[in-house]
Design a protein around this ligand. Sequence first.
Ligand SMILES: [Zn+2]
Ligand SMILES: [Zn+2]
Length: 191
Amino acid sequence: MVLDHDTELSLQAAAVLANSALPPDTLERVEDLDRFWQRFGYTGRRDGDAAELAAVRALRPLLRELLTSERDRAAELVNDVLARCGAVPRLVRHGAVDWHVHAVGSTEPLDVRVLVETAMAVLELVRLDEVSRLSTCADDGCDGVVVDLSRNRSRRYCSTTCANRNAVSAYRARRSAARAGGGPQGPPAGR
Ligand SMILES: [Zn+2]
Ligand SMILES: [Zn+2]
């Protein structure tokens, strides 16, 4: 799979935003948006006010839908977003990144840029038939979006918290099965 740097970052950023809406909400203050901005190295327009925060918060259900829809539905959503936002693809070169496509100007509001960038990234996944890179967390109690860009498609959990929790419970299940004399094939305990 050949995804450019911006596409991978856009997918990861969109997943972080979508997952921030899961309880407890982790995008409630302007400072939370500051952290997101810094983490993903955004540049361009930043209002830093309550209206911008509200717009980004309101975007999250659509981001989740873009990241979790099956391929045909994702294609429809992408087309709809790009048309509605008046996206215009252009070749750009910035920083150390060689020529690649941006479809939204850097002076557009942050929520519009995140939305168009997410749509362009999902466009790539649809085009490459790689929508299966997107899924929801394998943890029973978690609806987190998972973006798996690993070579061997090994990513199943939305976060290290979910991965660790499941590793610990799998370990406990194996250990108590072994103690009960059931060995590794025994049924998982504690369920
Ligand atoms: Zn770029
Ligand atoms: Zn999770």
